[in-house]
Design a protein around this ligand. Structure first.
Ligand code: AMP
Length: 328
């Protein structure tokens, strides 16, 4: 999409926003900074600029971000979705199944705004652009194109900034572009306090040190530089963390010279599987993620192993990807 197209789709989005008195903002399940920050950023922006409208936000909460960085999600009854005519805006999610609350399908019209590659489309206005480092970068670009009449409050800009930092690894991933910094600069012009945002995003507790100790004692490394750690249910219980938190430590390996790809593998007894987060310095990993019931971006993807019997073939696929691309 080029600049002219952003202006065009931004107009279409504004027209839809104006058309509906009731808007519900959705995003993907098991949310990260980008999902929650984009969702709450847009909710705040809508409330600030369209005071007469009824704006809602739904989905699952995050084990640690909720309460600290983002508010608890609303619990809207099924009857609300049955009785009201509303616009659904679904952010940072490409496939229908990954949307955190399936009731977006009850909407009169659906807008999707996403930056994930190669997902089959859905929605009446289906906006996908993989050139954006974060969904927030895309959303802010569209909102900024609506004109100066519409303002970013400090609260809205702070949410969007956390999302931008989250999906760019603090502006370190190669997906970060000049435009990412332009969007960050635009958000900074709303007088946000970035040191406060970083503190809220990355604050740790003493128990985190215990988890890091466990990971450093138990991680493994393949021949071609894939580091991984496994947190089984028993380990999680012993250390005192939930399975959702297992992946939080994955980037402990990001700056190690000998490590090219790194993964967290966390048992999820509820769904009887292992959830995998994969990160990479330079080699593409999303194709391997797709082969293992996942997907994502070139350097940050998620996957699922049905059991640890799949572990060797998963690691081999990553090693093979490194060998195949070793000229990169
Ligand atoms: P995670 O390791 O869960 O933080 O995921 C890393 C990135 O991959 C995020 O941008 C996710 O949205 C994306 N991702 C994770 N799982 C999937 C999936 N099953 N399909 C598509 N994208 C995914």
């Amino acid at each position: 999409m080029n600049q002219n197209n952003y202006q065009k789709v931004s107009k279409q989005l504004l027209k839809l926003i104006k058309q509906y008195d009731k808007i519900v903002v959705f995003r993907h399940a098991i949310p990260d900074f980008d999902a929650l920050g984009s969702q709450m950023g847009l909710v705040s922006w809508l409330k600030d600029n369209f005071k007469a409208k009824e704006i809602h936000f739904v989905g699952d909460n995050h084990v640690t971000f909720t309460g600290r960085l983002y508010p608890k999600m609303e619990e809207l009854k099924d009857s609300w979705f049955e009785q009201n005519t509303f616009l659904a805006i679904v952010i940072d999610v490409g496939s229908l199944e990954r949307v955190s609350d399936p009731r977006f399908t009850k909407a009169d019209k659906i807008v999707k705004i996403d930056h994930h590659p190669h997902e089959p489309g859905f929605g009446d206005l289906d906006l996908v652009d993989t050139s954006f480092a974060a969904a927030a970068e895309f959303v802010v670009t569209l909102l900024a194109n609506m004109g100066r009449k519409y303002q970013f409050s400090k609260a809205a800009a702070s949410y969007f900034y956390s999302a931008l930092v989250g999906d760019t690894g603090g502006f370190r991933f190669s997906s970060t572009t000049k435009r990412t910094f332009e969007v960050a600069a635009l958000l900074l012009s709303s007088n946000i306090n970035i040191s406060e945002i970083y503190q809220l995003m990355f604050e740790k507790e003493l128990k985190d040190l215990a988890v890091q100790k466990f990971i450093l004692d138990s991680y493994q490394l393949t021949k071609h530089g894939v580091a991984y750690y496994i947190l089984k249910e028993d380990d999680l219980t012993r250390i005192g963390i939930t399975s959702e938190l297992g992946k939080v430590y994955v980037n402990m390996f990001s700056n190690i010279k000998e490590i090219e790809v790194w993964c967290s593998i966390t048992e999820d007894k509820k769904d009887n599987c292992y959830r995998v987060s994969i990160r990479s310095k330079r080699y593409p990993i999303s194709e391997v993620a797709k082969k293992f019931k996942g997907g994502g971006h070139k350097q940050a993807s998620g996957a699922t192993l049905l059991s640890l019997e799949e572990l060797n073939s998963f690691l081999k696929a990553l090693d093979d990807e490194i060998i195949k691309n070793s000229n990169l």
